[in-house]
Design a protein around this ligand. Structure first.
Ligand SMILES: [Zn+2]
Length: 423
């Protein structure tokens, strides 16, 4: 009898826990905000979005949605909800200060930083070691407290088609999400990958059911790659105005165009002290030692007098011109920054990229769609990118409407990944 009495507190605790769990609010309802769903449709006013176990279960207006008993309500009238931003072209884990250093710890650090800036998914296009693959494989949890990651592994090269095929096989064995190639001569300073090599890579990647993402600079290379079956152009065409044939090939391939305007900006902006060094949204997470290094007059002078700097300045304007032209022509645009390498501040640069896209002539809604529903590719298209029933509750609550002013993407009040609020 004495033994049984000892168990009474335990039984009471068990009863308490059971009672609590039956009353537990499993779902969350965000009520009253203006909601941009990432599909490109006009925003929903006075919206309700409900999510449970990481997924969206209902979305609509307050007059059409009944909030279930198991949902705890959060009033967000006057706020704007938009999907988490997706960076379709980044590089994760490869930088320390202004040096190239790759490590698992840097991958983890970068993904937290991206999440803090409302970037909930990053496609890392090259320089990804097995550590990145392992970190990607850990993300299938509703308690994720950092950005989602998809990886290309090492950028594929090869002096012969056979060697290139072997390198594709190695990346495939690592279980990467896609294959990255570079077809460029770095403004005439390097040898460009030959068509026979990239054609072998494209063919081998397709045997592994992997899509090829192509770094390009020149229009003719972009067209040749599209003719070889590439469906993702990872940078702007920067040598000249795109033509009708390019537009036709993009559409025929159902291809995605990723402008990476901030990549160009990063090549010349440090010739002087950039305006964004004053932005509290930047300074919140910036490394002051890096800022000091970039302000160094000797360094500035080197940037200012570099031939590449001045060529890329011109390339930047060509890129913006082509972006507007392609957007108007109905080509699918995916926001990407090529951020991550030294001096390209990931998390923050995505917000500057959106501003540049609007400056190029896109509407704020077009830029946001490019950074959400249109930025997601591969198998993730059914899960991420837009706020729709069945998809992941990856979203952010903003204090001001980015459709009124694109800089309002910086008014982040909270970021949610898989229905879980990032601390
Ligand atoms: Zn890149």
């Amino acid at each position: 009898m004495r033994m049984n009495l000892r168990f009474i507190p335990l039984l009471l605790l068990l009863l308490f826990v059971t009672t609590c769990s039956t009353k537990k609010k499993d779902a969350i309802a965000l009520v009253g905000a203006t909601l941009i769903d990432g599909t490109g449709k006009a925003p929903i006013k006075d919206a309700v979005i409900i999510f449970e176990k990481g997924k969206i279960t209902a979305i609509g207006t307050q007059s059409t949605i009944t909030i279930p008993d198991n949902a705890s309500q959060i009033k967000v009238a006057g706020k704007t909800i938009m999907p988490g931003i997706i960076n379709a072209h980044g590089h994760i884990g490869g930088t320390e200060g202004l040096s190239a250093v790759y490590s698992a710890a840097n991958v983890a650090r970068d993904l937290k930083l991206n999440a803090a800036y409302g970037i909930t998914t990053v496609y890392s296009l090259g320089g990804d070691g097995k550590e990145s693959v392992a970190i990607r494989d850990e993300q299938d949890t509703i308690l994720l407290n950092r950005s989602r990651l998809y990886v290309a592994g090492e950028v594929i090269t090869g002096s012969t088609p056979e060697e290139a095929r072997t390198n594709v096989d190695k990346n495939a064995a690592m279980n990467v999400d896609y294959i990255k190639i570079r077809v460029d001569d770095n403004l005439g300073t390097a040898e460009k990958m030959k068509p026979e090599i990239y054609q072998a890579i494209i063919e081998q990647a397709s045997k592994h059911n992997l899509q090829v993402v192509a770094h390009i600079f020149y229009l003719e290379d972009a067209k040749a790659l599209l003719r070889s079956g590439v469906k993702f152009i990872g940078h702007s065409v920067r040598d000249q105005k795109v033509d009708e044939e390019f537009i036709r090939l993009m559409k025929e391939n159902d291809a995605v165009y990723c402008p990476t305007l901030m990549r160009e900006v990063s090549t010349f902006v440090y010739e002087d002290t950039p305006e964004f060094f004053q932005d509290p949204f930047f300074l919140k997470h910036a490394d002051t030692a890096v800022i000091q290094q970039l302000k160094d007059p000797v360094r500035k002078q080197l940037v200012r007098t570099s031939l590449a700097t001045n060529i890329y300045k011109g390339a930047f304007f060509v890129a913006k011109y082509n972006l507007k032209l392609l957007s108007d022509a109905g080509v699918r645009i995916a926001m990407g920054t090529d951020a991550g390498p030294p001096g390209r501040f990931q998390g923050y640069f995505e917000h500057l990229e959106l501003e540049q896209m609007v400056d190029a002539g896109l509407t704020p809604l077009q830029a946001i769609t490019a950074a959400t529903g249109h930025a997601v590719y591969n198998k993730q298209q059914s899960q991420l990118g837009t706020l729709e029933v069945g998809k992941a509750a990856d979203l952010q609550i903003l204090g001001a409407d980015p459709l009124q002013h694109i800089q309002n993407t910086r008014t982040i009040e909270s970021v949610w990944i898989g229905g879980h609020k990032i601390p």
